[in-house]
Design a protein around this ligand. Structure first.
Ligand SMILES: Cc1cc2nc3c(=O)[nH]c(=O)nc-3n(C[C@H](O)[C@H](O)[C@H](O)COP(=O)(O)OP(=O)(O)OC[C@H]3O[C@@H](n4cnc5c(N)ncnc54)[C@H](O)[C@@H]3O)c2cc1C
Length: 505
């Protein structure tokens, strides 16, 4: 073997199998595969050198990023002068959705649970004001108002592991029983957002979940692999990488392991929340395809260079205040003074595949189909058929998730050239689950590549709100990568807190 080939092969071996797999489709697929990647942003910055100068605008507050956090901040500043810039062609960030033949399907975050007592009142109040939830005094709980998006209990989930189906990821047995007995002692003490957790529990933020579990239980490899699955699913990494506090919070914050709670999952996923907020805001102030390229501080506030991608122009915004709700790794280029605060953040890259199918496929449908297989990066898929109260004839979309290790980020550039293999391998995984080849029913596959998708809540990560010690009080950070758990409720709360800081400065 030539040295170059050897290097190529050995580096592929270190890759997650979905990126290195040499499986080629056995026949020309009857479907098209489209890749949408945020890795392309770098190219855009290169191209922008040829953009012409656009307009100069003065504004009170500029919000960077139209994910949940940026939109929540915008919602709370709706009576003030603000502009929100989102680099993508749609709002949502990791809660975005795509439209296919008139229906919208999630490309990222897709569910939420009903809210128990003890959750943050500010977010609950916001969701009530948006008419997304209402309080049920007889249950001491909040329900979602759009009940058609509640997943029926009998359709909620099914686990596929070692060729057999079961109901839950954690296998039955004495270890599971003692684990959940232990978790029960934390119930009611693990609210959302996590900043409301009593400080006497903060020491749990300093150790890894694996170390904590090892000390308390006689662990088995199988149990660790099952807990790892849950941790990757919500936090982007296994139990050796996340803190004990994050791990315990996962099981204790929502009592779904102990009782039945409402699971809310529209087909458009958590883009639903983005849409609800956007509906209350002036469209002209939500600028998509606007990339914030450079922030420079000056006496009166900031000068911000913004790329207008559609019109190929570079606008200048003069603003007094900024809410930075974009992922913080980019601060290195956009606002280097702020980067040092976030340099220890570690992000998990994710790949989300939307596999659009038509025609007869096996039923009944389960909403979440959790797959514990040889490829640990593949978490399984959500079946849109379980999101319909009555099974309709239209497109049925399988949304499949890969949570990749942080070290695989640079290899995501390969996704484009390997798109057919990635689609075919994922279709194989799903076919294996169903016990039949679904390839012929596939109409189209979308692959969404998210390089910095999820900040991993490792030891020391939580409760580290950089707004407390950042020097410039007129530039405020929002987003789950500001010391928060990567969850919708946290992102909403971070937008609220950022807007309060901006209004008080
Ligand atoms: C695949 C996946 C599935 C998930 N599923 C769930 C779930 O089911 N339930 C749940 O509660 N949570 C889930 N999460 C977590 C949840 O999506 C996030 O916590 C939340 O959406 C994060 O919102 P955010 O606003 O903090 O960040 P982001 O969504 O990352 O938003 C940041 C935004 O800023 C924009 N941006 C960045 N830089 C710039 C710039 N320079 N100029 C302009 N715009 C910029 C980005 O394009 C992006 O839109 C999931 C996450 C992922 C990745």
């Amino acid at each position: 073997m030539e040295r170059r080939d050897f290097i190529k092969t050995s580096s592929l071996l270190a890759l997650p199998s979905i990126l290195s797999s040499c499986r080629l489709p056995t026949r020309k697929p009857g479907y098209e595969v489209e890749v949408q990647s945020d890795v392309a942003t770098g190219h855009l910055l290169m191209q922008s050198k040829s953009f012409e100068t656009g307009k100069t605008v003065s504004i009170e507050t500029l919000i960077v990023g139209g994910g949940i956090a940026g939109m929540s901040a915008a919602y709370h500043l709706k009576n003030r002068e603000f502009v929100l810039c989102e680099l993508s062609d749609q709002l949502g960030g990791s809660s975005s959705a795509f439209t296919y033949e008139g229906s919208r399907f999630s490309q990222g975050a897709l569910y939420d649970f009903s809210y128990p007592e003890g959750y943050g009142r500010e977010v609950l109040g916001m969701l009530e004001a948006l008419k997304i939830i209402d309080y049920q005094p007889w249950k001491n709980n909040w329900n979602f108002t759009d009940q058609e998006h509640i997943i029926l209990n009998r359709r909620k989930n099914r686990v596929y592991a070692s060729g057999a189906y079961r109901n839950e990821v954690i296998s039955d047995g004495a270890l599971k029983d003692s684990f959940f007995k232990h978790i029960a002692s934390f119930q009611g003490k693990m609210p959302l957002p996590a900043r409301l957790i009593n400080s006497n529990l903060h020491t749990l933020n300093q150790v890894s979940f694996l170390d904590y579990l090892t000390e308390k239980f006689n662990l088995t490899d199988r149990f660790i692999a099952e807990v790892d699955y849950h941790m990757r699913d919500d936090y982007g990494a296994g139990c050796s990488a996340v803190s004990a506090l994050a791990g315990i919070h996962y099981y204790a914050c929502r009592p779904y392991n102990m009782e039945v709670v409402e699971l809310f999952s529209p087909k458009e996923g958590n883009f639903y929340f983005i849409r609800k907020m956007a509906d209350t805001l002036p469209k002209a102030q939500l600028l998509t395809r606007h990339l914030v390229k450079k922030i420079t501080g000056n006496q009166d506030g900031f000068t911000v260079e913004v790329l207008d991608i559609h019109n190929r122009l570079i606008h200048t915004f003069k603003t007094k205040k900024i809410i930075y709700a974009g992922q913080k790794h980019a601060l290195k280029y956009v606002y280097p003074q702020g980067y040092a605060h976030f340099k220890n953040n570690i992000y998990a890259p994710w790949m989300v595949l939307n596999i659009v199918t038509k025609g007869a496929l096996p039923t009944p449908a389960y909403w979440q189909n959790e797959i514990l297989g040889a490829d640990a990066t593949f978490l399984g898929f959500v079946d849109s058929a379980a999101q319909d109260r009555e099974l309709k004839d239209g497109n049925r979309v399988f949304t499949a998730f890969y949570c990749l290790p942080p070290g695989a980020r640079n290899d995501l550039v390969m996704v484009n050239s390997r798109r057919d293999q990635i689609a075919a391998t994922t279709i194989d995984y799903i076919s294996d689950y169903f016990g039949m080849d679904i390839g012929d029913a596939v109409q189209k596959v979308f692959i969404k590549v998210r390089g910095h998708a999820m900040p991993i809540p490792g030891p020391g990560y939580l409760f580290n709100d950089r707004n407390f010690y950042s020097k410039n009080k007129n530039l405020v950070y929002a987003g789950v990568d500001n010391g928060r758990l990567p969850l919708l409720f946290e992102a909403l709360d971070s937008g609220i807190q950022a807007s309060k800081l901006v209004l008080s400065s």
